[in-house]
Design a protein around this ligand. Structure first.
Ligand code: AMP
Ligand code: MG
Length: 350
């Protein structure tokens, strides 16, 4: 299939793009679109056949449920009729925005979008392109990240093209996304509510709004074969570059020393290497290998560039990547969660 690629630029002509895209959604096709977190791969969330196409295009295991995206409260009423008071409070504080909540599903929501679960994940994105597409389509849009399953999530239209060209009907190019990490996921069907995936809305922000929350114990650890994790997506290898990625954690100068030593060792064996560092630490490394991911003064810059940097290493055929670790406070929890998974939990402490 030929993938239609259309740019939107906040002009009146965008209307014809949304017209075409929403028609594809209503007819059961696939449209990739930007959200404030990462690019999503969308289909009609109330149509099991359409949702099945998402799994096929991504190569995603069918027990890994999708998030339904809505533009307004009416959308929520189509999906669930059990909204606990704490969910109302979180909605008021963070919707539209990068927070996904899990509810008991109505019977109208097909098991094909929930991976067979009786619960459903819902998010109201704030990105104007996502909102326009959902509104115009008139249905909740099921959308996981628009990458091939297991690869780093797409933060630019170009990343989606790399993975999905020829496999989806349309890609709406709305430029680079703002946040760069997937949404925070909260299970609101349990008490106290449980954080299943850290994201831009941090644990600290959630607790300020609804008090005590629990953190899924498997969050930072690996989930073994045969275990049924709360967020089914957590059991799969995720966000991974083609290279072998190692995280080195500790005092920054010692970290740099160890990374230089490890990189040199691999080079002497004839391998290509790359290093992920920050503005604060780049001077410790050889310029040719190092990618500056952002500044430690502003974690948002690190979040925004993480997946793109991993993809750049793929492009250049790097075989071994070494990354500094980041603080696990606030947004750092989400950054380290993705990085640790991308590294297949391969961490060295110095
Ligand atoms: P992605 O769309 O790639 O960001 O992945 C969506 C994430 O939401 C996956 O980790 C899913 O496991 C999680 N998710 C979606 N629906 C549910 C649900 N009903 N219960 C628990 N986790 C869910
Ligand atoms: Mg994903």
């Amino acid at each position: 299939m030929d993938t239609i690629i259309k740019k939107v630029m906040d002009s009146p002509e965008d209307e014809t793009v949304y017209e075409q895209a929403s028609q594809i959604i209503r007819e059961g096709g696939l449209v990739a679109f930007p959200t404030e977190t990462v690019y999503g791969l969308g289909a009609d969330g109330m149509n099991a056949e359409a949702a099945a196409k998402i799994y096929a295009a991504k190569g995603r295991p069918s027990d890994n449920p999708l998030i339904l995206h809505i533009a307004d409260k009416e959308g929520l009423a189509q999906i669930t009729d059990k909204v606990p008071p704490k969910a109302e409070a979180l909605m008021k504080a963070f919707w539209p925005g990068p927070l996904t909540m899990i509810f008991e599903k109505k019977k109208e929501v097909p098991y094909g979008t929930t991976g067979g679960l009786d619960t459903v994940a819902v998010r109201m994105p704030s990105h104007p392109v996502a909102r326009a597409l959902i509104r115009k389509s008139g249905t909740p849009i099921a959308a996981p990240s628009a990458n091939t399953s297991g690869r780093p999530s797409p933060t630019k239209a170009e990343h989606v093209r790399e993975d999905m060209n020829g496999k989806i009907d349309m890609l709406i190019d709305g430029g680079s996304v703002g946040i760069g990490l997937e949404s925070t996921i909260m299970d609101m069907t349990v008490e106290p509510p449980m954080l299943l995936r850290p994201g831009y809305i941090t644990r600290e922000m959630l607790e300020q709004t609804i008090g005590e929350i629990r953190i899924d114990p498997s969050l930072m650890e690996g989930v073994g074969e045969g275990v049924k994790p709360k967020a089914p997506g957590m059991k799969y290898r995720h966000y991974a570059p083609k290279a072998e990625l190692t995280i080195v954690e500790g005092e920054l100068e010692r970290v740099a020393e160890e990374i230089n030593r490890l990189a040199q060792e691999k080079q002497e064996q004839g391998h290509s290497t790359g290093i992920i560092a920050t503005e604060e630490t780049k001077a410790f490394y050889k310029e040719a290998q190092v990618r500056v991911i952002g500044t430690r003064q502003d974690e948002e810059t690190i979040a925004r560039h993480l997946f793109a940097v991993l993809r750049e290493f793929d492009e250049s055929g790097t075989e071994y990547i070494f990354s500094e670790a980041f603080s696990e406070e606030n947004l750092g929890q989400a950054i380290m969660n993705r990085l640790v998974k991308a590294a297949g939990h391969h961490i060295i402490r110095v």
